[in-house]
Design a protein around this ligand. Sequence first.
Ligand code: G1P
Ligand code: ZN
Length: 543
Amino acid sequence: MAAIEVATAPFDDQKPGTSGLRKKVGVFQQPHYVENFVQAVFDTVDGLAGGLLVVGGDGRYFNERAIQTILKMAAANGVARVLVGQNGLLSTPAASCVIRGRGAAGGFILSASHNPGGPDGDFGLKFNTAAGGPAPEGVTGPIYERTRTIEHYLTVDAPDLDLATRGTAELDGTVVEVVDPVADYGGLMERLFDFAAIRDLFASGFRLRYDAMNAVTGPYAKAILEDALGAPAGTVVRAEPLPDFGGAHPDPNLVHAKDLFDLMMGPDAPDLGAASDGDGDRNLIIGRGRFVTPSDSLAVLAANAQLAPGYAQGIKGVARSMPTSRAADRVAETLGVPCFETPTGWKFFGNLLDAGMATLCGEESAGTGSDHVREKDGLWAVLLWLNVLAARRRSVDDIVREHWRTYGRNYYARFDYEEVDATAATALMDELRGKLEHLLDHKAGGHTVAYADDFAYTDPVDGSTAAKQGVRILFDDGSRVVFRLSGTGTAGATLRVYLERYEPDPAKQDAEVRTALASVIQAAEELAGIQRHTGRTEPDVVT
Ligand code: G1P
Ligand code: ZN
């Protein structure tokens, strides 16, 4: 068997976004589409030839097909060894863990995250570097350039490998090892968290429902929560990864995990409800009768992280994306550690984590994580919550309310206006940007503007900059409204409006969120003219 060279021609749509290539399945099924992108990676990334490569995905439709293609191309391109998750599975954080832990030169992660799957759904292909995180611009730029001129790719003519059975096979001199997708990651979790205390918690009758949404975290959650930590069988529901996620949308929010939410608000609620998305990097945390916003979750975890062995020395700093509520800032201040405000997108945390400047990081969009890997990590967030609950033996609701009494409550909501006419959305943002300098002391919704800008970021580690990351308007009472356009939407524009009001008075911390935010919602409308520009009076989605 020898490498064969196959003639091909460039596609014009292989520019990787922040989450790699993400397209309809049909796009990836075009002949040579996967091959071109993969060859562009082999042609431009150092260390893969003769090195170790990690491959795995979230199990969605086309996962195994794409993996077989990658394995044959890895052999033809002289990769020494490939680790692939059994049945082609690796959650995104587990892939990051394996890449880092095994000293790989990089890895391919096959996933379209929380997007629907199946033949008519989405697929994705992403390359992560040796650090375990998504390839930065300096790596994706050359990959993209290569896809524009590619004329051939290398593969071997060999039968498909058996991915269902663990073990080692050889493909034209390349060793392909099918590994337990959970083992490395499970070991890392065991080092970070007090498994004995969490086992005691379950033994005491504590009840958890973990909804894996028929996506990749099913096997991880079963192995860790049920087998290792002794949670009763059946704790993990929708545990089997399915190619189409059972027809559901694997996004752990209050819309797509509504059954879990309803259970947690009802009379038979267990102590904790949790869920993760298609590829296992997002998380949803709900206590009995208490939904915990991702912004609050980051703050509570930062305040309690030292209860877990992996963070017992204390945290070095916190990082949050700009639109994420400022609840974590108050914790960092009390702990005497820095709080970094970064643009939206996980990649901005990488340098801070590498440099040891931040330990925990999070985004309002259900992403929480730490320096243990270079991706956000859904199951990690659930385990840290379990560790805190095991140490404190109080309810989620108690812990959250006590947190508010100590630090104040940041009432928070995100309004999404989807499929807005792109011109109208741009006009709204341009108009806001045009008047920023004149907003100081301006009154809106009864609040007085204390500060307004278009967020710009300079990375404290490498000095790189990112401008025009969203308009933020701060009021003199600590309230805030942020406007930005989504970078991930697919149809028209998605306007995101982030609303926040700070309430230090414990007697006023029990209001309904929308009621508490009414004056800030009013201020947002007055300042931006959402209805005038978009014709919308109500958001499509509120999170
Ligand atoms: C959204 C989220 C952002 C997250 C990104 C990728 O981006 O808001 O926090 O990092 O998805 O999961 P957006 O559509 O707002 O640009
Ligand atoms: Zn995801």
